[in-house]
Ligand binder design. Structure first.
Ligand SMILES: Nc1ncnc2c1ncn2[C@@H]1O[C@H](COP(=O)(O)OP(=O)(O)OP(=O)(O)O)[C@@H](O)[C@H]1O
Length: 641
């Protein structure tokens, strides 16, 4: 309300101002320029600064109040964000503890539902409870305990609800590995991929990751995706742009190298990694990879996967500000090839070899898990490509979820017992699994408390998120009001005091009156209407002071993040900036030791061409007032995985 009254008052004042300016000496000054008067008629000194509207016309007090309320709201948002971060931290801690109590390797079991193709079902050999599965075979009964058992009636949704917390851990910075294991034809691919009508864990996980990332405004999270297949001991890039590796005539061409750095982080050299900005794109790439996967017909499954299919989502978490920490974690979702009995599948030739290769690598996986369980010094990761790839996501500090799939049919009972025994061994990785009733109760109580803590933190977090949204809305309204009200006034001022077309020409064209002005020593004079206002300067500085660039050099296989902060308003096109950052005018070459930076063809990103960029370098220029801090975060690809 006050604004509209103010507006009227201001516009009235501006009208008066306009009237008075009609006969002011300013106009006559400009007239004299326009008319190209002889040099003798030009002023000897810069004209009086009466060109600018008197500042008292602008309602300073109201403007200040509005500015103050904008500042307050901004402060409020910062506080709310801090609160949200601490609640997030609380939630994360609770989830960590829950997963610790539950165990870093969790094993679920899913019994496939009956299919029309299932032949002899004499009686149900399997009995399921919430956390137990019992198998009757040859008059004896064997019981296996798991973290969760899904019977034939369980839906894809039921399974995902249990898998979801472990995905959150990946967002919290842990390496996570979800493995689908089981005999061929028991529904591993169905659980992981699902169908269009019943999406599996992978599409749901992708959707959930993007959803969670959109809720987190304390840091920005980005994702990239890779997909590969371990086929007969060779790695095959499923997202490779060219079909070079789609046939196995020359498997060596498909052999990607697995590298492990000093910290134990694993990277696969040459593996395609695509950025996935949103769920739609992620789904597109995922379908593309799936189509390339090797499958063939067997007696047991008409589209049997003949390989291990591994999908990796790399999660990059960037904090805000120059000193923000950058975290990276990996989420592996693996559809293992089916463990199979050669006789049963009726495999021959190539299919037989594929089955053997799958069985070999699965037994290598079992050995690794057994060694980890016994906390042996030597873990035989190197015995198979599968375990080499998953090395940093199976061991300490990572979370593993194994989903064991079994068939409900009596004829598969031998394989079912094998799979369940394998899973039991994997689950045994956590010591003290067989605990007393008392301890069990205590554990359950602790779990309930932690789950309550987590829920509370989540609810609080959601409230704060809503508050942030509300305050942001009010802030944006106020900012809009500020810019429309005061920007209008500024524009009006400019219109009022801006020169006519001829006057502009006179000022801009050096060949006419301005040449004469220059000759008379008044070239430094800039009328106030041509200078930026305090508000616009502030906005410009905020926008330009911090330039953050993420550049990726495919050539060097490195990914870089370069951030600049400047003590002055500075734009990319500013020659001082370019000159400083280039360091020299020579063309940078790979391997140069200077911090050479080039402007990218688009002009809005920088590409690093050096392998030894110093961190937090202060680049100085000939201008003593200008100081640019350059923080460079550069890691080899191997650091990222
Ligand atoms: N829970 C389920 N509900 C309905 N159909 C299922 C379920 N589990 C599996 N199926 C069906 O069973 C068949 C075999 O499943 P799937 O291909 O997923 O097995 P798999 O374990 O991946 O086999 P392989 O190791 O040979 O690739 C498919 O037609 C699938 O749609």
């Amino acid at each position: 309300m006050f604004i509209s009254t103010e507006k009227q008052r201001i516009s009235l004042a501006l009208d008066n101002e306009k009237e008075s300016m009609k006969s002011s000496p300013v106009e006559s000054n400009l007239d004299s320029v326009d008319g190209l008067l002889p040099a003798s008629d030009l002023p000897d000194s810069p004209p009086a600064p009466a060109l600018y509207t008197d500042v008292s016309v602008v309602p300073e007090q109201q403007k200040n109040e509005l500015e103050q309320s904008i500042t307050n709201l901004e402060g409020e948002i910062v506080e709310l964000r801090l609160k949200k971060r601490s609640l997030d931290e609380k939630r994360r801690e609770a989830l960590d503890k829950i997963l610790d109590v539950k165990g870093c390797i969790r094993v679920f079991c899913r019994v496939r539902s009956y299919l029309l193709t299932d032949r002899r079902i004499i009686h149900e050999p399997i009995l399921t409870e919430l956390e137990k599965i019992a198998v009757r075979s040859a008059g004896s009964r064997k019981e296996f305990g798991f973290d969760k058992v899904f019977n034939q009636a369980a839906s894809q949704e039921d399974v995902f609800v249990e898998v979801e917390p472990i995905l959150r851990s990946a967002l919290d910075g842990y390496n996570v590995c979800v493995l689908a294991y089981g005999q061929t034809g028991t529904g591993k691919t169905f659980t992981m991929d699902g169908t269009n009508g019943q999406p599996g864990i992978v599409p749901r996980a992708l959707e959930e990751l993007f959803h969670q990332a959109s809720l987190d405004n304390s840091s920005s999270i980005s994702f990239s995706m890779s997909m590969l297949e371990v086929y007969m001991g060779h790695l095959r890039d499923l997202l490779a742009p060219k079909p070079i590796c789609r046939v196995y005539e020359a498997p060596t061409k498909c052999n990607l190298n697995i590298q492990t750095d000093a910290k134990g982080s694993v990277e696969i050299e040459g593996l395609t990694e695509v950025e996935i900005p949103d769920f739609a794109k992620a789904h597109w790439w995922y379908n593309k990879g799936r189509r390339v996967r090797s499958t063939s017909w067997t007696n047991v499954n008409e589209a049997s996967s003949r390989s291990h299919c591994l999908m990796r989502i790399t999660i990059f978490r960037h904090g805000h500000g120059l000193e923000a920490k950058r975290e990276l974690s990996k989420l592996w979702m693996v559809d293992l090839g089916g463990s199979e009995r050669v006789l049963k599948t009726g495999a021959t030739g190539q299919t037989l070899d594929e089955g053997r290769a799958i069985n070999l690598s699965l037994s290598a996986l079992a050995d690794v898990i057994a060694a980890l369980r016994r906390k042996r010094g030597h873990v035989p990761f190197r015995n198979s490509k599968l375990t080499q790839i998953l090395r940093d996501s199976l061991g300490d500090g990572s979370k593993v979820l194994m989903l064991v799939h079994v068939s409900p049919c009596e004829e598969d009972i031998a394989e079912t017992i094998c799979s369940l025994s394998f899973a039991k061994r994997a689950r045994g990785i956590e010591p003290n699994r067989d605990i007393s009733e008392d301890l069990k109760k205590q554990r359950e109580k602790r779990m309930a408390e932690l789950e309550e803590d987590m829920r509370e933190a989540e609810v609080e977090c959601q409230k704060v998120r809503n508050q942030i949204k509300e305050v942001e809305m009010v802030l944006s309204e106020k900012k809009k009001l500020f810019s429309t009200t005061y920007q209008l006034l500024e524009d009006e001022e400019k219109t009022l005091t801006s020169p006519t077309k001829n006057q502009k020409e006179a000022i801009e064209t050096p060949t006419k009156a301005s040449q004469k002005l220059t000759r008379r020593g008044i070239s430094n004079y800039v009328p106030r209407f041509m200078t930026s206002t305090a508000a616009s300067r502030q906005r410009q500085t905020a926008a330009e002071r911090e330039i953050s660039v993420r550049a990726r050099s495919l050539r060097t296989g490195c990914r870089s993040s370069v951030q600049f902060s400047a003590s002055q308003s500075l734009s990319f096109s500013d020659p001082r900036f370019r000159a400083m950052l280039r360091g020299s005018n020579k063309k940078p070459r790979y391997g140069d030791t200077n911090p050479l930076l080039m402007e990218s063809p688009k002009g809005n990103a920088l590409d690093t061409k050096t392998s030894s960029m110093p961190r937090n370098k202060i680049v100085t220029s000939s201008d003593p007032n200008l100081r640019v801090t350059l923080s460079h975060h550069r890691r080899r690809m191997s650091d990222f995985v």
